[in-house]
Design a protein around this ligand. Structure first.
Ligand SMILES: [Zn+2]
Length: 86
């Protein structure tokens, strides 16, 4: 549920991010693999919004997580937040 998300220090995106969707306010929603597999043996993915911090509640197969990430990006108006380490 509250698993740590490891991020790439160069990009600030979750490690292994395979796609990123742009919100209305130019924040990114990252699609990344959890490292786990679905009950059918496919890689599991989750999404994380770098604007508002919302995330996919469940790990899901790629297509489903991708669609949810894209839907969130289409609705989210949170602005990109400066990194505390910058
Ligand atoms: Zn958001």
């Amino acid at each position: 549920m509250s698993e740590m998300v490891h991020t790439d220090p160069a990009t600030g995106l979750p490690t292994g991010t395979v796609a990123a969707f742009l919100t209305l306010a130019a924040a990114l929603v990252a699609l990344y693999p959890t490292g786990g597999t679905t009950e059918h043996g496919h890689p599991e993915f989750r999404w994380l919004c770098l604007g508002c911090g919302d995330r996919g509640y469940y790990a899901e197969q790629r297509g489903t997580a991708r669609n949810r990430a894209n839907s969130h990006a289409a609705e989210c108006r949170a602005i990109p937040w400066p990194s505390a380490s910058a």
